[in-house]
Design a protein. Structure first.
Length: 282
């Protein structure tokens, strides 16, 4: 064998050894990558399963929340229906109260007229008795007149008693209607506090203050909150003393630190006093 052939054999042997070494290294790396791939695959599958569980739980919670929201909407709709009924009842009570006041005024006027007629008849009776004392000849005629006048007085007295009874009954009815009106107003205010303002109505801020000055004769009241406290003209403040309802004030003038107003018609239950508490919502 020549030297060249020997060198080629040695070179081929070295290349074969190097190839085997490289193949072994590549095979080991492939096995290592395969193991890592399997590990990453299992980890990804576990994470995917956990994410699916989280998505399922979130979907269940969303479904439950939707059910609660629908139930709340139904409850609100029912409450608004009840409030509408209460508002109509309150309006009817106000109308009945106004009519009762008008009837009371008529009865009072009738009573005054009856009292005037009774006084006039008594004066005429006294004059007739004087005429009887001075004129014996007219005694019989005077007696007849006296009897007629006495009958008229008796009739008018009976009419007066009937009018007084009707006036007393009307006063009792007015008191009952006023109490019902106060109860309806309190119920509506409580609804506004618990459920929020009525749909489409003026929404007043939740403001509390104190009545700082009053003049019940001219119906002017000053409260301790103003435009800095978000008070606006037209706001209605419920006035209360402890747990007792007093009146409702409608604001007409607003200043930075105070506001003034007058009584809302038909709401005054007693005179307002300085120091009484007031609020737009009970």
């Amino acid at each position: 064998m020549s030297m060249f052939a020997k060198i080629m054999v040695v070179v081929n042997f070295i290349l074969a050894v190097a190839f085997l070494a490289a193949a072994g290294t590549l095979l080991g790396a492939a096995e290592d990558y395969k193991g890592k791939f399997e590990s990453y695959k299992k980890s990804a599958e576990a994470e995917q399963a956990a994410l699916k569980d989280q998505v399922t739980a979130a979907t269940n919670k969303a479904t439950e929340a939707t059910g609660r929201f629908n139930s709340a909407e139904q409850t609100k709709a029912s409450a608004e229906g009840q409030l509408h009924t209460l508002a109509e009842s309150n309006s009817q009570l106000n109308t009945a109260n106004t009519q009762t006041r008008a009837d009371l005024d008529k009865l009072a006027a009738a009573q005054t007229d009856l009292q005037g007629k009774n006084t006039a008849l008594n004066q005429q009776l006294e004059k007739t008795n004087g005429d009887l004392a001075t004129s014996e000849s007219g005694r019989k005629e005077s007696n007849d007149k006296n009897k007629a006048l006495a009958d008229e007085i008796a009739r008018l007295t009976q009419d007066k008693e009937t009018a007084e009874k009707a006036l007393a009954a009307a006063a009792v009815k007015e008191k009952e209607l006023s109490e019902q009106n106060d109860s309806q107003a309190t119920l509506i205010a409580r609804y506004k506090q618990e459920k929020g303002p009525l749909s489409g109505g003026k929404v007043s801020a939740d403001i509390k203050g104190v009545v700082s000055a009053v003049d019940n004769k001219v119906d002017i009241y000053v409260i301790s909150v103003g435009s800095k406290d978000k008070v606006e003209a037209g706001d209605e403040f419920t006035v209360y003393r402890g747990s007792n309802y007093v009146s409702t004030i409608v604001i007409d003038k607003v200043f930075p630190n105070m506001a003034s107003g007058s009584t809302k018609p038909g709401t005054k239950k007693m005179d307002v006093m300085a120091g009484d508490e007031c609020a737009t919502r009970l």
